[in-house]
Design a protein around this ligand. Structure first.
Ligand code: MN
Length: 292
């Protein structure tokens, strides 16, 4: 088996605010200076690096907005987010939790700091990832997978190296609880200083490593510091990570869908015509109603 090498280690771009509650660095696609197709099925990744929000009586966040044609995955490392949608659904994404929302044929929702958390404020750190859907699944009904931290399956590495938390896919026989439409592996690797872990994915799977805490060396060669993201080349199957200090890294690997992408704002379809229809449906109230 060949080594999957590092194509580039991207430093975080200048942050921007999404609403007033998420201060994010975009890594996919602009941090990698690539188009949406390159990391297919991962079409967008916004990373809110650790940022201290002061106390606020009015929860900060982003008001009512639509999504259609894909899934949003929110991984909370620090802080709490409350969400509500046009079907009456809602919930709280707490520290360590993952929310996997299938927008598919369309949802309206809003996302804010959880009310009690907002009153005290504090460090906030999250990943929001957009996972594309194949054309046939863009037509399916919206759903949520609220994955609590305690329900995430774990693989203990040898030699006290640390733990792999499997959100989706499989690591050495341990499966994640999230169901996905296409093959996806999503892990949080929590490594102790000096801890090592190896990973194996098909060469054509698009693969990336985001350093949430600490620092790692990939393949004994490429240093990836905190808040940096390594893009792995499609040249081999295996790579290894060693933590030079206690580290948390998010590992994503997915089989490309290989369908055309027509994207604008919160809509990701296959053709321009479908995008126009999505905007018309939204403007005509077909996504339902949600109070701001
Ligand atoms: Mn959203």
């Amino acid at each position: 088996m060949k080594t999957k090498t590092v194509e580039l280690v991207a430093s975080p771009r200048a942050p921007h605010f999404v609403g007033d509650g998420f201060r994010v660095h975009n890594f996919i696609p602009s941090g990698f200076r690539m188009d949406m197709q390159r990391m297919d099925p991962f079409i967008l990744l916004d990373y809110n690096s650790t940022y201290n929000f002061p106390p606020s009586d009015k929860p900060k966040g982003v008001g009512v907005h639509p999504h259609k044609g894909f899934e949003t995955v929110t991984i909370a490392y620090k802080g709490k987010v409350a969400h509500h949608d046009s079907s009456g659904g809602g919930g709280v994404i707490g520290e360590g939790d993952v929310q996997w929302m299938t927008a598919a044929n369309g949802v309206l929702h809003k996302e804010h700091h959880e009310e009690e958390w907002s009153k005290t404020g504090g460090d906030f750190q999250m990943v929001q990832l957009w996972v594309n859907l194949p054309a046939k699944d863009k037509k399916s009904n919206p759903k949520y997978q609220a994955i609590k931290y305690e329900d995430i399956h774990r693989y203990q590495l040898e030699n006290n190296a640390g733990t792999i938390e499997i959100i989706a896919g499989e690591y050495k026989g341990t499966k994640g609880v999230a169901s996905t439409f296409t093959p996806i592996h999503m892990f949080n690797a929590k490594l102790n200083k000096g801890g090592k872990a190896d990973f194996e994915f098909p060469a054509h799977y698009n693969t990336t490593v985001l350093v949430i805490e600490g620092q790692v060396i990939i393949n004994n060669q490429d240093v990836a510091p905190t808040d940096h993201m390594a893009l792995m080349a499609n040249d081999g199957e295996t790579f290894k990570i060693e933590a030079t200090e206690d580290a948390i890294v998010l590992i994503l690997s997915g089989e490309p869908i290989n369908e055309p992408i027509a994207a604008h704002g919160p809509f990701v379809m296959n053709t321009q015509q479908e995008l126009i229809e999505a905007f018309n449906d939204f403007n005509n109230g077909k996504f339902g109603y949600l109070e701001d």
